[in-house]
Design a protein around this ligand. Sequence first.
Ligand code: 5AD
Ligand code: SF4
Length: 472
Amino acid sequence: MNKKHILSPEEILAQKTYIEQMRRENDAYAAQTGKRRGAFVMTFGCQQNEADSEKIAGMAKSMGYSLVTDPECADLIMVNTCAIREHAEQKALSIIVKYKHIKAKNPDLVIGVCGCMVAQEHRKNDIKFRYPYVDFVFGTASLHRFPQLLCQKLEKGKRLYCPEETEYTVAEDLPIHRESDYRAWVSIMYGCNNFCSYCIVPYVRGRERSREMHKIVEEVQGLVRDGYKDITLLGQNVNSYAKDSGFPYDFADLLRELDKIEGDYVLRFMTSHPKDADRKLIDVMADSGHIAHQFHLPMQSGSDRILSLMNRKYDTAKYLDIVDYMRKKMPDVTLTSDIIVGFPGETEEDFEGTMRMLETVRFDMLYSFIYSPRKGTPAAEMEQVPQAVKSQRFERLLELQGRIGKEKNDLLVGKTLRVLCDGVSKNNSELYSGRTEGNKIAFFEGDVEDAGKFVNITVKRADAFALYGEKI
Ligand code: 5AD
Ligand code: SF4
């Protein structure tokens, strides 16, 4: 069994020493001024990044910062960046510019930038030369070093650029500040080995490495004990959990073990890769008591030629085979997917293949993206599809999925569903919103006490993206 990728307790202890040092300083400052220093964490990107930000916030809190929701009130701003598409990087860079103005008013403000974008050397250099008010920068591999880097920055007063770690590791037992007290993320593995030709993730998050099963079980047990109702296991490709480390179990075994934990909660996971989604996993889901009948299975394209250029290692026949088996074992399963439109070399015929697959599979919901070239990936060097063609295909895809999504949701009208309520809707203050077991958004007339609890609703109407119901 290979456990070399797990950071030693001594290294974690070293970070805890920095945490203590900062805590003493921040406590002394609070005692002197009557005001506690504030930390603000801004997050871009996927759930994995949100989970990482909860660790940054957890460490900041342990260091004696109070967490603030307004960057104007902060003494420390951390920007956790994403690199998946150009747009995500541009958003992070433009918010960093905004923080420059806050620093102009408060020169003691410390700004740190971390995450996937700055795990790329060229972006780290951009920050170094074009954003001089950023105080320290570190990539995903150095997340656990945040206390040390902050201490060093404050002691030396100089800007600090953490060199990329020589190894990507798993850091256990870091403090976590969870955003919600009823929904939780649990990272079960980090990194990716797949090198899909369009994707930057393997370059910015390193190779796959898994947490030991007993650590995950302990974490989930703790969450259930604390009243968490909806727990999502996270990894770039959860289906290959444990394979990298030679652990004597696999993802289906982990799910089976977690499902034994008693309590009223729902377990989910993301993201799956069709090349590794096997029948054993589907059987465990179908037989379980807690695992949601929900599957996010990115298809990316419905053209075998493009799938091969994408280095996805499955074809549409294999994809359909998994879907058939899944629906046979769980007829009520909610199936969602990711699609990239305008991958280099995508012809009209390839795109029509994708549209046909949408008609055949009939996904409940799609996350669709216009292909964005990522520096250093093979697809960025291939012949690109013109922007106008990409946009036009994207619109056609959205239109088709809009119709299918509405038809699928209409099938739920009249049904009674259990919904985990998130409180008053952000878009319509007269309604409450929540998520069904299939993770669909549902709106209904609720009560203050419903927030964070399961309620049953009867679905009265639906559109492509949401259900509208009456609480029972
Ligand atoms: N351009 C557009 N979409 C991308 N994705 C990953 N890389 C790119 C890219 N370069 C999409 C994939 C993946 C999702 C998280 O983001 O569909 O599944
Ligand atoms: Fe990117 Fe492919 Fe890995 Fe997903 S499986 S993170 S798309 S390289």
